[in-house]
Design a binder for this molecule. Structure first.
Ligand code: SF4
Length: 367
């Protein structure tokens, strides 16, 4: 895997910077402001995306802020320029979901992913702008999805990964009913400067316990665990080095104003004296395809690709991880060409260690 692909598999779109919640760990700098994406930005993105979608699976992920805060009418106008082959996803805090939104999701064939951190007491960081717990509103939104028979994914942020928590979380999500679950260990990035340094053994034990919980009842696609097991199986059959794509997916994030930031949505909206505003161009000026064809020339991207090569040269976990995570490098190390971060320790190294710990603990006696 070397360099950036020029055609992504999905694009992240920011219909508004606004979020109606004010979660303690949020990285977004302008979440109190309603800066909306004009329709002409969506039209410009669709001009590049529609041909890509006709020749392979392609998704648009409506992210925020809180994308539903843009309102149904505006979101429909932003979706309209995209062809029928484009798959639409929305990442939402679920608090605004009601019957009308469910009908909207069904009509536009939008796949919903809900952010919820587990049972009520695990959602203390998820609060309204007035500082009140958002949990009941999140659950009401999920109940509406279920009432309408809409499948959904869930994304949980874990602030303190430790033994005992993984089983509780997994059991909670078995009840909640997503068909896919992603687990993010909280990251120190953007405006969230809380420490993400954790005891190594506790994080490894958290992941090992999650594998065990999932294996007992693998009804939910558990993103991190299934990917790890795929990697381990590939290593065992000698193809571990072939699992990563040949080039990194650029994952363009198109901000509300049309600016394009590759690799890390978390960098969008930030500026740095050395790197400027991190954007590689603006779709209102240059077609998205052209921006991506040139993205490696963005100064920070070149530095990041040098960091990926350092990872390849030095890290035994590279075949599993691929050395991604540009924003984590920047926000933790202050630059892009470093290697290990707390994020990759928590979410890559200790994840794989946890899978191996689980395998060691469950070895058959004959082995
Ligand atoms: S685990 Fe960390 S150091 Fe290793 S390849 Fe990934 S980012 Fe680089």
């Amino acid at each position: 895997m070397r360099g950036l692909a020029t055609v992504p598999t999905y694009v992240v779109m920011q219909p508004t910077t606004l979020c109606n919640l004010d979660c303690a760990y949020c990285y977004l700098p302008f979440r109190a402001k309603d800066r909306r994406m004009p329709v002409r930005v969506a039209e410009a993105v669709a001009a590049s995306v529609n041909p890509w979608a006709r020749s392979g699976r392609f998704s648009v992920v409506w992210h925020g802020g809180e994308p539903l805060a843009a309102g149904r009418e505006h979101l429909a106008a932003l979706i309209a320029p995209f062809g029928p082959e484009v798959e639409h996803h929305v990442q939402t805090n679920a608090t605004l979901i009601d019957d009308a939104w469910c009908r909207f999701f069904a009509e536009h064939r939008i796949r919903v992913s809900v952010s919820v951190d587990g049972p009520r007491e695990r959602n203390e960081d998820r609060v309204t702008r007035a500082g009140r717990p958002a949990y009941d509103r999140i659950v009401r939104g999920v109940e509406a999805l279920r009432r309408h028979g809409l499948p959904f994914s869930a994304l949980a942020v874990v602030g303190r990964p430790e033994p005992g928590l993984a089983r509780e979380l997994y059991d909670y999500f078995l009840d909640l009913g997503p068909d896919v679950l992603g687990i993010n260990i909280e990251e120190a990035e953007g405006v969230n400067t809380r420490s993400n340094r954790h005891d190594a053994a506790a994080v490894t034990a958290f992941w090992a316990e999650l594998v065990a919980a999932w294996r007992r009842d693998p009804r939910i696609h558990l993103r991190e665990v299934e990917w790890s097991l795929r990697y381990v199986a590939a290593v065992l059959d000698g193809s571990g080095d072939d699992l990563l794509p040949r080039r990194l997916d650029p994952i363009p994030t198109v901000g509300h104003d049309g600016s394009v930031t590759v690799l890390s949505p978390e960098l969008a909206g930030f500026t740095d004296p050395r790197y400027g505003d991190f954007s590689s161009g603006n779709v209102l000026v240059t077609p998205l395809g052209e921006i991506l064809a040139d993205a490696e020339r963005t100064p920070w991207v070149g530095e990041f690709l040098a960091g990926v090569e350092s990872c390849r040269a030095s890290c035994p976990y590279f075949g599993f991880c691929g050395g991604g995570h540009a924003a984590n490098r920047y926000f933790e190390l202050g630059r892009f060409d470093g290697t290990e971060t707390e994020h990759c320790r928590n979410s890559k190294i200790r994840l794989l260690e946890g899978v191996l710990e689980h395998a060691r603990d469950h070895r058959s006696p004959a082995a």
